[in-house]
Design a protein around this ligand. Structure first.
Ligand code: NAD
Length: 374
C-alpha cells in the first residue's frame, strides 16, 4: 500500500543457486533494473565467493524491481515486510540468510529480521546479516568489504616484493566499498592519486586527502561533486580507469572494463572491489598484457566473511570486539589469498582462474561426499 492509499504490485525474486556447502547466502538488491537473470548470476557468484574463502555457505541472492529513491520510508518498510512474508517459507538461519546489497541497508535488514521473527513468534536475529548493531549486527560489518580490498592490495604488494608506501592507487566509486578501501589504503601510507563517484572524479599526483573527501561527501549528500582542495584537479569520470597508477580498484558497478576500453588501462594491478567489473573479453585482453587481477570473488569477500561472523555470533548469542572481527577477517581472507596466489603462481594461471578452480574443487568434493539423495 502506497502512502496515498493506492495499491501497487512490485516484482521480487529470491534465488538459491547452491546449498551444497551450507545455507544459501547473499544480498537483496532494490533497483529498477533487477531481473531474474541478474539475480541468478549474482547468486552463482556468491556460491563461488563463499567456497573460495571457505566459509560454510552456499550462494543466494534476491531483489525487488523498484527505485528505492522514489519510495518513502514507510513505503520501503511495507514493501520489505511483504517481500519477507512471501519468502519466509524458504529463508531462515539454517536455510538461506539474506544481507544488504545495492539499494538496501541495515534498516531494511532490521525490518526483515522483525517480520521473520514476528511470523515465528520469537526473536530470530540469525535470519539476516548486515543488521543494525542493536538487533545483533556485527561490529566492523559496514567497513568489511573495503577492508578486505585493502588487505588484498597489501597482500599483493608483499607477494611482489613492493612497498605499498611507494604505490599509487586509482579508485572508482566512493560508496561503501570504494571509500572504505580508499581511506584504509591511504592510512597505510600509499598514495591514492585518483577517486571518482557517479558525479565527479579528482586527481592529485601527490595523493588526495581521502579523509577530507570523506568529510566533504558526508556533508554533500554522499557525493563528491563540487569538492575543492589544493592540488586536487577535477578530471573526466571516464578517465579514472586510464590513470597512470600502479593499482586500479574498480569499486562502483559491474561491466566497467570491457573489450572497448581494456587496452587503455595503464595500471598493472587491478583489485576488483565491485562484483563483475571486468567482462570476459576484457579479462582476456588484460591477462595477455600481463596485468595481475585480484578477482571480485576474492577481493570483495570481506563483506560476506563478516556477515558469517555476524550469523555465528547470533547463533551463539555472543558479541565479539572490533579487534576480534578484524583479526579473524584478515586470517580467513589472507589464507584464501595465499591459496589462490600460490596456485596461480605454480600453474601460471590468472588469479581468477585459480580462484574458480579452488572454489569448484571444494564444491565438487562436498557434493561427492554428500552423494545423490535418495
Ligand atoms: P554504493 O552504492 O555504496 O556505492 C557505489 C559507488 O559507485 C557510489 O559512490 C557511486 O557514486 C559510484 N558510481 C556509480 N556509477 C559510477 C560511475 N559511472 N563512475 C564512478 N563511480 C560510480 O555501493 P557499494 O556497496 O560500495 O558497492 C559497490 C560494488 O561493490 C557493487 O558492485 C557491489 O555489488 C559490490 N559489493 C559490495 C559489497 C558490500 O558489502 N557493500 C560486498 C561485495 C561486493
Amino acid at each position: 500500500r502506497m502512502d496515498d492509499g493506492s495499491v501497487k504490485v512490485f516484482k521480487g525474486y529470491r534465488v538459491q543457486h547452491s546449498t551444497v556447502r551450507g545455507p544459501a547466502k547473499g544480498g537483496i538488491r532494490y533497483h529498477q533494473n533487477v531481473n531474474i537473470d541478474e539475480v541468478k548470476a549474482l547468486a552463482a557468484w556468491m556460491t563461488f565467493k563463499c567456497a573460495v574463502v571457505n566459509i560454510p555457505y552456499g550462494g543466494g541472492k534476491g531483489g525487488i524491481v523498484c527505485d528505492p529513491s522514489k519510495l518513502s520510508d514507510s513505503e520501503l518498510r511495507r514493501l520489505t515486510r511483504r517481500f519477507t512474508a512471501m519468502i519466509a517459507p524458504i529463508i531462515g538461519p539454517d536455510q538461506d540468510i539474506p544481507a544488504p546489497d545495492v539499494g538496501t541497508n541495515a534498516n531494511v535488514m532490521g525490518w526483515i529480521m522483525d517480520t521473520y521473527s514476528m511470523l515465528k513468534g520469537h526473536c530470530v536475529p540469525g535470519v539476516v546479516t548486515g543488521k543494525p548493531l542493536e538487533l545483533g549486527g556485527a561490529l566492523g560489518r559496514h567497513e568489511a568489504t573495503g577492508r578486505g580490498v585493502m588487505l588484498c592490495c597489501r597482500a599483493l604488494t608483499e607477494k611482489l616484493g613492493l612497498d605499498i608506501k611507494d604505490c599509487t592507487f586509482a579508485i572508482q566509486g566512493f560508496g561503501n566499498v570504494g571509500s572504505t578501501a580508499a581511506y584504509l589504503i591511504a592510512d597505510l601510507g600509499a598514495k591514492v592519486v585518483a577517486i571518482s563517484d557517479h558525479t565527479a572524479a579528482y586527481y592529485c599526483a601527490d595523493g588526495l586527502d581521502v579523509h577530507d573527501m570523506l568529510k566533504y561527501a558526508a556533508g554533500n549528500g554522499r557525493v563528491l561533486q563540487g569538492y575543492k582542495a589544493d592540488g586536487a584537479t577535477e578530471i573526466n569520470k571516464e578517465d579514472l580507469l586510464y590513470i597512470d597508477a600502479n593499482f586500479l580498484v574498480p569499486a562502483a558497478l559491474e561491466g566497467q572494463i570491457t573489450e572497448d576500453n581494456a587496452d587503455m588501462i595503464k595500471a598493472k594491478y587491478i583489485v576488483e572491489g565491485a562484483n563483475g567489473p571486468t567482462s570476459y573479453e576484457a579479462d582476456q585482453i588484460l591477462n595477455a598484457k600481463g596485468k595481475i587481477i585480484v578477482p571480485d570473488i576474492l577481493a570483495n569477500a570481506g563483506g560476506v566473511i563478516v556477515s558469517y561472523f555476524e550469523w555465528v555470533q547470533n547463533l551463539q548469542s555472543l558479541s565479539w570486539s572490533l579487534d576480534e572481527v578484524n583479526g579473524k577477517l584478515a586470517d580467513i581472507l589472507l589464507k584464501a589469498f595465499d591459496e589462490v596466489y600460490a596456485l596461480a603462481d605454480e600453474r601460471k594461471y590468472s588469479m581468477r582462474t585459480a580462484a574458480y578452480i579452488i572454489a569448484l574443487r571444494r564444491l565438487v568434493k562436498t557434493k561427492k561426499i554428500r552423494g545423490i539423495f535418495p
